[in-house]
Design a protein around this ligand. Structure first.
Ligand SMILES: [Zn+2]
Ligand SMILES: [Zn+2]
Ligand SMILES: [Zn+2]
Length: 226
């Protein structure tokens, strides 16, 4: 059997990257639709409702059953094993169509569905903790020295840039395209380097050869068998 040429390998990799970006974009779109529906119907519980023990409005099960986390499966007694299997079966019955992961509140055994059930509300203590982290984080001006620019090619073939902390070695899979004004999957990303000069001035990369990159990626999709 003939081996793939380097060019064929590159084409396949490009086609795969595009497929994955389109899949991420679709998942992101579904997540947005779901969050929008929860907001419209008031599915999320308020902190007071959660505290008062109001059941999940997604599935009707208690948010927290107070039974404590499951010990590791191998440590379950015979009775606990039966309980565990019964809860598994109940979850399968309630979420036949969902094909989704599940979550549970710490200290509780009942499981909820990522598809049907909004996550539990943030409590005042956690909100305070998050605001403290936010307050103690460096100012926008201070953060500039740690920011890198990235060049992204999106599923719509628009090329855009993104600025983020240097510690990140990849970019999030879906970003808003400033041209299309919708969220798009990222097909290709490339770190360009520091986003700001030592003086805190944005680095101008307007003459960066983005066009060549884009042309290369555009030629691949469609022409390569999946
Ligand atoms: Zn639920
Ligand atoms: Zn479900
Ligand atoms: Zn676009």
């Amino acid at each position: 059997m003939a081996k793939l040429t380097e060019e064929q390998k590159a084409e396949r990799a490009a086609a795969r990257a595009r497929r994955e970006a389109l899949a991420a974009e679709e998942k992101d779109r579904q997540d947005t639709v779901r969050r929008e529906a929860w907001r419209r119907k008031g599915t999320r519980l308020s902190w007071d409702e959660y505290e008062a023990g109001v059941p999940c409005r997604g599935c009707g099960e208690p948010m927290c059953d107070g039974l404590g986390d499951w010990p590791g499966l191998m440590y379950l007694t015979e009775e606990e094993k039966r309980d565990h299997e019964a809860m598994e079966e109940r979850f399968r019955q309630l979420h036949r169509q969902c094909m989704s992961g599940r979550w549970s509140v710490s200290g509780s055994r009942v499981t909820h569905c990522f598809q049907c059930c909004p996550p539990p509300p943030l409590g005042p203590a956690l909100i305070e903790e998050l605001s403290e982290i936010f307050r103690s984080s460096p100012s926008a001006e201070d953060r500039k020295k740690d920011q890198d620019s990235w060049e992204l090619i999106l599923t719509c073939d628009h090329v855009t840039t993104l600025t983020q902390h240097r510690d990140h070695n990849y970019v999030r899979p879906v970003v808003r395209c400033p041209e299309c004004q919708v969220r798009r999957g990222v097909v290709h990303s490339k770190r360009l380097g520091p986003a700001y000069t030592a003086e805190g001035v944005e680095v101008n990369r307007s003459d960066f050869p983005a066009g060549g990159l884009l042309a290369g990626d555009q030629s691949a999709p469609g022409s390569v068998p999946a």
